[in-house]
Design a protein around this ligand. Structure first.
Ligand code: SF4
Length: 341
């Protein structure tokens, strides 16, 4: 009888209504990062260091419903990870884990990141100013970061600050990592420098493209694209973009009537801010150093926007609250359970 009930449970799925395949992804969200040895990344340095430490030291329950949104993004990214290169470009690098060393006060560590899409726009040849050969190759690229979201409102007229920092950290990585990686991939595949119309792992080239050895990568554009079920919205470092706002209309005879033909207000979308290299590097360095410090000294509770975004679904919120109160912190922003009741 018991066995019969268990079989029935498997047929109808778990009570949370999340399909078992997706549930597995929620329960082991870091499998891939662990396999690829990711310790320092944009998400690790921008997450809550206090949570990382508390979740190692305490048992907790995971709210699978709250974690679902994160996995939704992973599923979307997996879906487009092997799409061919956009037409009119040389090729594209998709979902490649990149790594570059960075100095910190604790020594040199590897910072890692996985840009969704690096489009290879064009190649430029140059020689040293003194005219010495050989001819070198500079590859121009565009980096796009895609964010899935529940809905895109008329108030989304600028990319989120954290997402702007993230795409800038990818630009820092791409410039350091990509020249050697592309050159190596091309050589491995062709036994020379020729790769024509072939798909390498993570690298998709358009037909007729022949890659030389790359000496330098220049990032021409940063783009952040929000994707909801009904529409996308794009922000770019190249300048302002426009999107459809509210539908235009007027009140007539006590009823709101849309304009005929249909017309919409215009939303002006702010450009993605491109950070200077030194500034990005200092952000990454500072983030890594505070992540390392949190291993020996419990980090303080989050405040402001970060607290608003992360504390509500934090699985160790209860532990954070009771320890925080003993430490003498103001825990208002954590909305501790006993204060909610
Ligand atoms: S409740 Fe907020 S501050 Fe506390 S550990 Fe969780 S995310 Fe961090």
């Amino acid at each position: 009888m018991e066995e019969h009930l268990r079989c029935q449970m498997q047929e109808i799925g778990p009570p949370c209504q999340i399909p078992p395949t997706v549930l597995n992804m929620i329960l082991a969200p870091d499998t891939e990062r662990e396999k690829e040895g990711v310790v320092y990344s944009h998400s690790s340095i921008n997450g809550c260091h206090r949570r990382t430490v508390l979740s190692k030291d305490h048992d907790y329950f995971l709210d699978v419903g709250a974690e679902y949104k994160k996995v939704r993004g992973t599923i979307f990214h997996n879906g487009i990870s092997s799409e061919p290169a956009p037409p009119g470009t040389l090729g594209v690098v998709r979902e490649l884990r990149m790594s570059a060393p960075i100095n910190t006060k604790f020594g040199t560590v590897d910072f890692k990141g996985k840009p969704d899409e690096v489009v290879l726009l064009r190649m430029e040849e140059y020689i040293q100013v003194d005219g010495t050969l050989p001819v070198k190759h500079r590859l121009h690229v565009k980096i796009t970061d895609i964010k899935t979201t529940g809905e895109i409102g008329h108030d989304l007229i600028a990319a989120d600050k954290t997402h702007v920092e993230q795409v800038n950290s990818y630009a820092w990585l791409v410039k350091r990592f990509l020249p050697a990686w592309i050159s190596k991939q091309a050589a491995l595949w062709a036994g020379g420098w020729e790769v024509e119309g072939k798909d390498l792992e993570h690298l998709y080239l358009n037909r007729g493209v022949v890659l030389p050895q790359i000496d330098e990568v220049v990032v021409d554009e940063l783009s952040i694209v929000y994707i909801a079920m009904d529409k996308p919205r794009t922000f770019t470092s190249l300048g302002f973009l426009e999107a459809k706002g509210k539908m235009k209309g007027e009140m007539r005879d006590g009823h709101w009537r849309r304009d005929v033909p249909n017309a919409w207000e215009t939303l002006e979308l702010e450009p993605v801010h491109e950070f200077g290299t030194k500034f990005v590097e200092s952000l990454i360095r500072k983030g890594i150093e505070s992540q390392i410090e949190s291993g020996t000294l419990l980090a303080p509770p989050l405040v402001g926007d970060k607290a608003r975004l992360m504390c509500g679904s934090c699985p160790v919120r209860q532990q954070c609250c009771s320890i925080g109160k003993q430490e003498g912190y103001d825990m208002t922003e954590q909305r501790c359970i006993d204060e909610q009741e």
